[in-house]
Design a protein around this ligand. Structure first.
Ligand code: GTP
Ligand code: MG
Length: 321
């Protein structure tokens, strides 16, 4: 199951306490202060990774801690710093910090984003020695690490989104156009979560089938529409065996609109899929039916390489436009 939204609490490590101690050994009965400093607490960072499943880590675990710094010790022993915690999130994840209501997006693997700062280590009493106080007993406590509640929400970054009613042939197209091997089946809702594939450097997302009322949660609901919100173009698949293909088209368009108007304004390619199932004559009828409504459609079949070639060209053309 794709985990595409989680809310978690992250806690940076506390700083270690400074130590308060005095040199004592056989030679020195009353030596000076020798308490070491505490180590710094580990901080919590987020980095982007190329793995849409990276949020799985938080399917059950809702808390993530970086390590505390170690306390300072006698003989000026410095406490070790706590280890940082690096949280990996897929590219396209929005990090919303609920404590200060800020949001940013993780788009690459270049940068490490600080989420919660580790506490500073406390200074040991050695550091407080001065001309006027040769034997300070005071040592600092380590500072507490920051704690934050954050929401991680993935919105896939794909160039092309495949949409349509269930069973329209979306996943089959993803398979023949890209390197992906999605589950394909002759029944509705074969696809239960988005699949991604790469076609000549373009990322194509195949999402579960949409039905009337999807925007308000019907079927697999609006859960996946957010994943096509940021695509450059939509490829709308309409099954050639439908009784009323234009109505199918309008049903989906209405769902897109109800989810967010921006989906409607995206460039689109309308496909009549599985064109091998009917005669060329009838395919032409479909094409002219859409033409009358002012829409251009492209008939495709996974068994017709030429149609796939035309589709690839069309995708390129729209992306480059
Ligand atoms: N004859 C023929 N069958 C096709 C073609 N494309 C897909 N199919 C069949 O149509 C059925 C549905 O295909 P899928 O690719 O799973 O459809 P989908 O739109 O991803 O379906 P959901 O994930 O359920 O929304 C499968 O049995 C495919 O083998 C095609 O071009 N020609
Ligand atoms: Mg599918």
């Amino acid at each position: 199951m794709l985990v595409d939204e989680v809310q978690i609490i992250v806690k940076a490590g506390n700083g270690g306490n400074g130590s308060s101690s005095f040199k004592r050994n056989a030679q020195t009965a009353r030596g000076g202060p020798d308490g070491g400093n505490g180590g710094k607490g580990g901080s919590v960072y987020v980095v982007g990774v190329n793995d849409i499943d990276a949020l799985q880590t938080f399917r059950y675990a809702k808390k993530a801690n970086a390590e505390d710094g170690i306390n300072g010790g006698r003989q000026k022993l410095f406490g070790r710093n706590g280890q940082d915690l690096i949280i990996k999130v897929p590219f396209g994840t929005f990090i919303h910090d609920l404590s200060n209501n800020t949001t940013f997006e993780v788009i690459d693997e270049q940068s490490k984003h600080l989420i919660a700062r580790g506490g500073k280590g406390g200074r040991g009493n050695t550091e407080f020695k001065s001309a006027t106080n040769q034997a300070p007993k005071f040592a600092e406590k380590g500072e507490a690490g920051e704690e934050k509640r954050i929401n991680l929400e993935l919105k896939l970054i794909a160039d092309v989104g495949l949409i349509g009613l269930p069973n329209a042939g979306k996943s089959s197209l993803l398979e023949v156009l890209t390197n992906a091997h999605p589950k394909i089946g002759n029944y509705p809702f074969t696809t239960l979560e988005p699949n991604l594939g790469v076609m000549e450097g373009l990322i194509i997302a195949d999402i579960p089938g949409l039905i009337e009322g999807a925007h308000s949660g019907k079927g697999l609901g609006d859960k996946f529409l957010k994943h096509i919100e940021r695509t450059k173009i939509l490829v709308h698949c309409i099954d050639v065996s439908s009784n009323d293909p234009y109505k199918d088209y309008e049903t989906i368009r209405l769902e897109l609109k109800s989810f967010t108007e921006t989906l409607l304004s995206k460039k689109e390619i309308i496909l009549i899929t599985k064109s091998d199932l009917i005669s060329t004559e009838n395919v032409k009828k479909f094409v002219s039916l859409f033409k009358k409504k002012g829409k251009e459609v492209l008939p495709v079949s996974i068994y017709d390489d030429n149609s796939l070639k035309l589709l690839k060209e069309k995708i390129r053309e729209l992306i480059d436009k």
